[in-house]
Design a protein around this ligand. Sequence first.
Ligand code: PBG
Length: 330
Amino acid sequence: MPNSSMIDITHRPRRNRKNAAVRNLVQENTVTVNDLIYPLFLIEGKNKKSEVHSMPGIFRRSSDLLLKEIEECMNLGIMTFDVFPGLSEKLKDKKATESLNEKGLYLSTLREVKKRFPEALIMTDVAMDPYSSDGHDGFVKNGEILNDETLEILAKMAVAQAEAGADIIGPSDMMDGRVGYIREALDDNGFSNVSIMSYTAKYASAFYGPFRDALDSAPKFGDKKTYQMNPANSKEALLEADLDFNEGADFLMVKPALSYLDVIKLLNDNFNIPIAAYNVSGEYAMVKAAAAKGWIDGDRVRNEILLSMKRAGASVILTYFAKEFAKSIK
Ligand code: PBG
């Protein structure tokens, strides 16, 4: 065995890994609670809470319990929440009319949340699917998802959400021209301070399965491939990002995140606004399922996955892991 000094190696990267202190000193990326947005599922009723079977640890909650959950999360340092409503079938129609109902579940709850927690940041979802009898994100006619007819509906929805107190509007519909259309409607109605986090590169993904279970929001026919992107494409993500940036988006989101880290990096390298990664329901479910079987260490895998998103260039991560992550570092 030669003495290590006998071998002439100029760079020994292991020197910067020799103990925890030096590893921490040179660590390039860190996930903090400040980076996270916690998605929450809202349902009708009082004192109601049901676990999403494909997302262990994630619950649908009635508004009273949702408020409690937000309070608990804020005590853990989470400040931003993305609320998704699950409505009963009888409230759904072709034009997503219920999305404008001020006294309805979603808008009345948002108002309540903002009143109770004015310092929290509330993000809302703009798309027709929770309210649509067709289960699509856009307006359907003769089996087709119509683009321009949808924009008017989305813009009204966004304004109604802003009126209810939304701080960040999240258009998740993937219609062409929606960011500019929504920006103009918000500005015209006095909401120039309300931000838009655009679902810029939203792929037609099988990773959304558990979310659609949670809200019973799967499309009633067909799939979402005429508006959500083909998972094979990245140039197209640049095109979408260009459009959203120029139409006034404040954040560009990539969704899903884990299988699209290259797209996160691509957008971060090319645009000077924050990039968000949506660590979606199926990504959460995979980790939970494998951890439950004892096949992986779920906590460590979770941390590694969140870190990979930061490393790829996301400054914001929407994740169902937010609460357990916040607990783990408390
Ligand atoms: C609705 C919407 C979806 C998600 C966020 N907003 C589902 C879809 O497009 O079908 C998915 C979130 C997740 O899987 O965690 N437009």
